[in-house]
Design a protein around this ligand. Structure first.
Ligand code: FAD
Length: 472
């Protein structure tokens, strides 16, 4: 018998439950479809496409060149392929985006109607949303009870599975599309630094995990907040594309540290918990990427200012820690979590620009752009989300910089024009006396922008805007 294995956000061979089941069944046709029918906010952005191109290349190598690639509507493609190959079954690992879920349901019905077996598996979540409910049957809306009461009290995550001992490929004639025809790679070569920073694919993911466990995990709780040091795992893009499963990470950490209490490890595992919570929210609130979770924010008086939005997108706001973050994003396809919170808060609060603008920019620029985590995190910062940071808590980017980038190393790295400034002024160059600026070779407004907003006044403006919707 022939089985089709449809790879989606599970671009790996190890711990891939659908692949294992398909290989057990008989001969395999592995496929990938670039789905052109997804709405914009559920399509990969530029940096993700770069990653996907390389990840598919790596997966194809692992499958000895047998990965068949298609472009179009999976609802049309899959039943046709099943018929052409006389496949008896189609297997995949579940996805949780609204478009993906509706699409998969339709495809399942169509295949079943043609007597083709369809099976789906859990490849990418420690706890699937449908398994975690409050005692009254409702869905959790607050992270801590969700994670501590719901997840940690539920059955433990399944153990990772070994890769299939052998893969028997079906000998099927196919007109498959060369990877290049997906045009995932951009015409302009903006990805040089991204390419030297990351190694997409299953092997790259395993290496990141191993480096994390040997070099980073022991100081995770403290160092995860310091953007100038590699204090976190940087597994997020690998997790997004499913080059590694959270199960592999969860049990690798448990194996390395045993069951003893360890604050570094607990913190790290609870970050994986935040990823689960984001998927959980998306599952129960499929409009998470486009609508305010808290409808009070529907009448929030957002400002529309292309000039300010562009200054933010280009890292030219004149606020060093914000500009450094945006430039890190632009150059490497990644931004440190602490800085993501600071730049997002600056956009939605100091500039009073709708969080959806920020979400879209991150979606285009991040290699780890993820519908669930990106929209849940933006709504968290904006105050419109479930269990969100209250809107009135407004990050002061200067204090954030002084606290988490004390020596100004991060700012110096991404805003090198500021690196000669004394530490006292590196996070607020506008306060530096003329003479200090001259010595540091900077003319504000020429070498580095003047701040586009006054931090104090814009903070007050945000509070006033929030007061307008608070009582509603
Ligand atoms: P680590 O600290 O090593 O954490 C391990 C894993 O836990 C991460 O790989 C990630 O999968 C998960 N994780 C950690 N923090 C969070 C979080 N707050 N929410 C959800 N999952 C988390 N993460 C994405 O994966 N994709 C996004 O598109 C994304 N957009 C974000 C937008 C904003 C405005 C903010 C504030 C955060 C966003 N995050 C997003 C969450 C977080 O910043 C990244 O997951 C993290 O920086 C990735 O680095 P890491 O792998 O080294 O994390």
């Amino acid at each position: 018998p022939i089985s089709i294995m449809w790879f989606r956000q599970d671009l790996r061979v190890k711990d891939n439950p659908a692949l294992n089941a398909a290989c057990d069944k008989g001969k395999l046709v592995p496929i990938y479809i670039e789905d052109t029918t997804a709405p914009d906010e559920q399509q990969p952005g530029g940096a993700s496409k770069w990653w996907l191109h390389h990840s598919l290349q790596k997966l194809n190598d692992r499958l000895n060149g047998h990965l068949q690639i298609f472009l179009g509507d999976p609802y049309e493609i899959i039943p046709k392929l099943a018929k052409n190959f006389q496949a008896q079954s189609v297997y995949w690992n579940r996805c949780y985006g609204p478009h993906q879920m509706q699409r998969d349901k339709k495809i399942k019905c169509a295949l079943k109607a043609s007597s083709i077996e369809v099976r789906s598996f859990n490849g990418s979540l420690l706890w699937e949303p449908m398994d975690i409910r409050k005692a009254d049957g409702g869905a959790y809306k607050v992270f801590t009870p969700y994670y501590r009461k719901g997840c940690l009290n539920a059955a433990p995550p399944r153990f990772p599975q070994a890769p299939p001992p052998r893969i028997d490929y079906a000998d099927v004639p196919l007109k498959r599309l060369p990877l290049d025809q997906l045009t995932l790679m951009p015409n302009i070569r903006w990805y040089h630094k991204i390419a030297i920073t990351w190694q997409p694919g299953e092997e790259g993911a395993a290496e990141r995990l191993s480096v994390f466990l040997t070099e980073t995990a022991d100081n995770y709780k403290e160092e995860r907040n310091i953007p100038a040091v590699p204090g976190t795992s940087r597994l997020s893009p690998h997790l997004h594309f499913g080059e590694i499963s959270p199960h592999q990470i969860w049990y690798a950490v448990k194996d390395a540290y045993g069951d003893t209490e360890n604050k570094n490890i607990d913190t790290f595992l609870s970050e994986l918990g935040w990823r689960e919570f984001s998927y959980y929210l998306l599952f129960y609130f499929p409009d998470l990427a486009t609508k305010n979770f808290n409808p009070k924010f529907d009448t929030f008086p957002w400002r529309s200012s292309n000039i300010d939005l562009q200054a933010w997108q280009q890292g030219k706001t004149g606020i060093p820690i914000v500009d450094a973050g945006i430039r890190e994003l632009w150059q490497t396809g990644y931004m440190h979590n602490r800085i993501r919170m600071v730049v997002a808060s600056f956009l939605v609060k100091n500039l009073l620009i709708d969080w959806r603008e920020g979400e879209a920019w991150f979606r285009d620029c991040l290699v780890d752009a993820d519908l669930a985590s990106n929209s849940a995190s933006w709504q968290w910062v904006a105050g419109s989300g479930a269990d969100a940071a209250p809107y009135f808590r407004i990050f002061n980017p200067v204090l954030q910089g002084e606290k988490f980038d004390k020596e100004g190393e991060y700012v110096s790295q991404y805003c090198p024009e500021l690196k000669l400034l004394p530490r006292k002024y590196i996070h607020k160059p506008w306060e530096a006396p003329e003479e200090v600026l001259r010595k540091a070779n900077i003319t504000l407004g020429a070498d580095y922008p003047d701040p586009i907003v006054d931090l104090k006044a814009s903070r007050q403006r945000a509070l006033d805007a929030f007061a307008e919707i608070k009582g509603k």
